[in-house]
Design a protein around this ligand. Sequence first.
Ligand code: SF4
Ligand code: SF4
Length: 446
Amino acid sequence: MSTFGISPRSAAQRRSAPLPPPNRTYHQIRRLIHAACTLAFVALPFTNVMRFDIPNQRFYFFGVELWINEFATVFFALMFLMFVLVAVSMIYGRLYCSYLCPQMIFSEWSQGVERFFARRLNKHFYSWPDARKQWVARISFLSVLTVASIFLAFVFTSYFVAPRDLLQRLASLDLHTAGGITGAVVTLITLLDFTLVRQHFCTTVCPYGYLQGMLGDRNTLLVHYRDPDGACIQCGKCVRICHMDIDIRKGPFQIECIHCGECVDACTDVLRRLGHKTLIHYAWGERGEVLESNAPWYSKLGLRDAKRVVIVLVILAYACALSVAISMRRSMMVQFDPVRTELYKIDEQGRIHNRFRVNLANRSRRGISVKLTTNGLPGATLTLAPNPVAIKADTVSELQFDVIASAVENSTDVNHFQLIAMPDNGERAIPFDSTFIMPLRGEHKP
Ligand code: SF4
Ligand code: SF4
């Protein structure tokens, strides 16, 4: 028997087994998604998966180069992206903010870098005075942030200016053209953002955070705190871990809460030591309904009411319209316009001239020749030399020419005919309905 009447064997039996290391599920998921998003953020402009080239007025969407005047396709692409964003917000609340937003990802990264230098200096140079450690940590942090800001500003500006062009401007320290000035300003803003502003941006400037208030409803995914049995031990770990400096116990509708789930991990870790389940959960809507494991698949995906089904159908409709618009897209875009400053001219041989303007846009990556002809105007010729017209890849050419015709038996003052553009790239001919103006009978004196 021991001193207190407990045998050593039974004391050992009572000692609880050591807990396994904390399982920071949501933290790990976020880190993985943040890494994937960072890779995507850097890769998208270089692979032209998504980029809006302002100088050349092009919109790159999943490898397809759209010209800004291709209104239908650009419209469908933008509407598709907008509805995806709305649907994600309506169904999954602020998961975009916490899992996908570059502002949040790089804000957390910069906080991590700052903590890293502070820890390293405290560990390896503990004998230094505090003031010196703080200065060295600050300078190291700012040096890393400056390099990172130049890189991030370069990537961000690449979404709007071709990366190769931007690299040349950077190499020549171009600070006097619009592209160079934009790059320098974005670098400065990025540096200030990730050193001073960080998550304050989300609660002060970002319109998406405010939009959430309008898009969320009783079926939106939120992080909830529920403690019907008074099990909270007031340890405060859920508050300390929060990047947004809030207390989730005050409610799930705080504008600062980005529903990242870090407090869920924190509470899970604390209470498992006492044999309790977490008091903080991901749950649906105002009532905080935790999803049952036997719920149907569509409910598990968040399709919990007709509104959500409709918005998914709208997204599918825009995706179909976009696919059709892209599949019907032609490499050669042709636009004819009559030049009516002078209705017609009559030359020495008595032939009648009407002037036209043609805009030829080659949206492909190789040169195309286009032959222009007419249909429905007997004996008509064009004053266009050479014809076919060669249009270089990715260029627009505007030309003016006369259509020449003579009055025949059936001619009237307004004669309907077609101008036809025939590209040599295998695409079908493009007809354009127009009118050829002739003088009224009696006026025409050859
Ligand atoms: S309260 Fe929780 S879910 Fe909300 S931001 Fe803070 S840690 Fe993330
Ligand atoms: S982590 Fe859990 S137990 Fe600790 S204060 Fe927060 S809610 Fe209460």
